[in-house]
Design a protein around this ligand. Sequence first.
Ligand code: FE2
Length: 249
Amino acid sequence: MIFCQLFEPLSSTYTYLLGCEETAQAILIDPVIVAIERDLGELSRLGLRLAYSLDTHIHADHITAALELKKRVGSKIAGPAIDRLPCVDVGIEEGRPFQLGAILLKPLHTPGHTDGHFAYVSDERVFTGDALLIEGCGRTDFQNGDAAVLYKSVHEKLFSLPDDCLVYPAHDYNKRHVSSIAQEKERNPRLGEGRTLEQFQGIMAGLNLPYPKFIDHAVPGNRQCGVCPADLPDKLAQYCAKMTDSQQG
Ligand SMILES: [Fe+2]
């Protein structure tokens, strides 16, 4: 399998490109709209045709490139069926493997950051979205988030994967790229190191994080599979900058 990890610095998002060498088809996990030209460039450089975009969840910090990719190259939009988005072409469910040529993804419903959040296992890797970050996790105070539910998702679904399974998160804010299940069990200060459910709930309740600055625009836009809001304030224009450029030709 062809594999690339791509980083979008504005939202510190990792997008993953998975390519099948036999069929020359590809999947992009969590593509970001402002990085669409880069992603299309990578696909073309590798001689791959994008068959699907696949989001782990409805993002609050960036606009997904799913819809724009569909318009540009005809890729289908895959995403958690539980979110019931009318724009999704292929609804993903746990227990139903998602296959493209030699690429086989095993979807795991991992709610807690959002209620519809999914992680995807591919052989020795797991794409954990925001459910499990390197020595961290996504916040649980919006989008039907729930710390107790996230604790259960991570401990029962992700921490039951093999210890040497590589953890590829949807974000990192400290220039880290990859971890492993064993490393997160041992070092994650919120969910690992033997933390109890009560300790985790206390940690998440005490984070005192600011209100997410893009959430009110990103969530409605992502519920339409990646529509940039028309009324975006100037100070947030960079979240849709590349698309605006391309629309202007
Ligand atoms: Fe998120």
